[in-house]
Design a protein around this ligand. Structure first.
Ligand SMILES: [Zn+2]
Length: 147
């Protein structure tokens, strides 16, 4: 009897865990879909760059044109959007993106396991800049006293 009771209890716990996990998975899946959509846009944009380059060379004997510049700007914009989405995806999975090598690593890491760079906590930079400001304010005062 107690075996079945325990089994039932375990199943309930597993069910709760699954529900909790689904929320996270859905968020990550949504972002992953957004990244895929942006990647399709980027491929299309690269295709346009190639076609425009070819057309410009054929028609004018040179590649540069406003049309080509516009596509290159568009590609840069899409790449920036993808970078933001990658950051959001990492966050949804309890990870961060290493600012040095771009690897996705646990947000509990102090050092990047891939490139070894020291990782800053998200709340740290603000406190740090505050501390730097205080030191900077104190420094000139002490210099004045010395002079
Ligand atoms: Zn790294």
């Amino acid at each position: 009897m107690s075996f079945f009771n325990n089994l039932k209890k375990n199943l309930n716990t597993a069910a709760n865990y699954t529900v909790q996990k689904t929320g996270e998975v859905t968020e990550a899946a949504k972002i992953r879909l957004d990244i895929r959509t942006q990647n399709v846009r980027l491929s299309k944009c690269f295709e346009n760059i190639g076609r425009t380059y070819y057309k410009n060379m054929k028609e004018n004997g040179e590649a540069v044109s406003e049309e080509l510049d516009a596509y290159i700007l568009e590609a840069d914009g899409i790449k920036a959007e993808i970078a933001v989405l990658r950051g959001e995806l990492a966050k949804a999975q309890g990870c961060v993106i290493c600012p040095a090598c771009g690897a996705q690593i646990s947000n509990k890491s102090i050092y990047c396991p891939l490139c070894g760079v020291k990782l800053e906590e998200e709340s740290q930079p603000e406190e740090e800049s505050e501390a730097v400001k205080e030191t900077a304010e104190e420094a000139p005062a002490s210099t004045e006293t010395e002079e």
